[in-house]
Design a protein around this ligand. Structure first.
Ligand SMILES: [Zn+2]
Length: 314
């Protein structure tokens, strides 16, 4: 890397990021991320709470990639090729973890998948070593592609009703070589300045419509695959996947999905008694609300209480 600056830095000289407790950690680390991007010429915005996005960052760069990582064009033309700058925008979802036995304990669930390729997972290892922090900057599309390209267990595949006990690989640090791996695959391309360089590439903004379609394809490929776990044979897995493919192809357009939903609702209405039907509708509305406000932000006990209340009403 030619650019001469340190990234990430600790912007709060008198505090150590690893010192924080569970309650204020989320805010402190998001501020930490924010200061790091501001320093490199990004404008940083704080979106509404509980949208799954922790910071929105914007910067104007040369469309041909001439703008350095610690520069911004800011209304001026590119000094190298005289191109007018393009504003690029990224949506950061920050996940902070402390290393435990050199493992960064992190898994994304299906609900974390976004199909806007400007959505970025920023994994922050706040205590890689005593005085060292690491950022992993991974656009959603690259993250999904990683599991398609590599023979790591697909974390998004529905398993056999959680019976499978699938062992997933995870992100692991090797302190002797100062390298990070997911399974056997090197994650250096996402780390610190490498991740930053990838993040600032304007090609995703210049080709947004196609990039969204591509991201959707990757997400579908990973989510519409059954994983056998340890309880089933490969033959069972294959036959379920064949069946899935065939059935899903019948519902490939939004119109067909809406039609299917209507049919299901009609069928349920005919076969269930009125109380069961109403209770079911309430339940799904409640689940939708939890999804919208973000599971992380809701107290687990409160959810259980609400569900019990719904069940008692029957
Ligand atoms: Zn240029």
């Amino acid at each position: 890397m030619s650019e001469d600056f340190v990234f990430p830095i600790n912007p709060f000289e008198d505090v150590k990021p690893s010192d924080f407790n569970k309650l204020n950690k989320k805010h402190v680390t998001e501020d930490f991320v924010e200061e790091n991007f501001k320093k490199l010429g990004w404008e940083v915005y704080k979106p509404f709470s509980d949208t799954g996005i922790d910071r929105i960052i914007c910067k104007t760069v040369c469309p041909k990639g001439h703008t350095k990582l610690n520069e911004t064009l800011n209304g001026k033309k590119c000094p190298k090729c005289n191109s007018t700058g393009v504003e690029i925008r990224r949506f950061l979802q920050v996940k902070t973890r402390e290393l435990k036995n050199n493992i960064f304990g992190f898994t994304l669930k299906s609900k974390d998948i976004r199909i806007d390729p400007r959505h970025i997972y920023l994994l922050y290892s706040d205590n890689t070593s005593k005085d060292k922090q690491d950022f992993f900057i991974i656009p959603v599309k690259e993250y999904l592609k990683f599991f398609i390209d590599n023979d790591c267990n697909n974390p998004f595949a529905p398993t056999s009703f959680r019976k499978g006990n699938n062992k997933l690989n995870s992100l692991r640090y090797n302190p002797e070589t100062d390298e990070w791996f997911w399974g056997d695959v090197d994650w250096d391309g996402f780390r610190n300045k490498n991740g930053l360089k990838n993040l600032q590439n304007p090609s995703v903004d210049l080709d947004l419509d196609n990039q969204i379609i591509k991201t959707r394809e990757y997400a579908d490929a990973l989510q519409r695959e059954f994983s056998k776990g340890r309880s089933y044979s490969e033959e069972v897995e294959d036959s379920i996947n064949d069946e899935l493919k065939e059935k899903l192809s019948l519902y490939s357009s939004p119109e067909e999905i809406l039609e299917l939903r209507k049919k299901v609702e009609k069928k349920l209405k005919e076969t269930c008694d009125k109380i069961t039907f109403e209770s079911m509708k309430k339940y799904f509305e409640f689940i939708k609300t939890i999804e919208a406000i973000g599971e992380d932000e809701v107290n687990e006990e409160e959810i259980k209480e609400e569900i019990n209340k719904l069940e008692d009403e029957d």
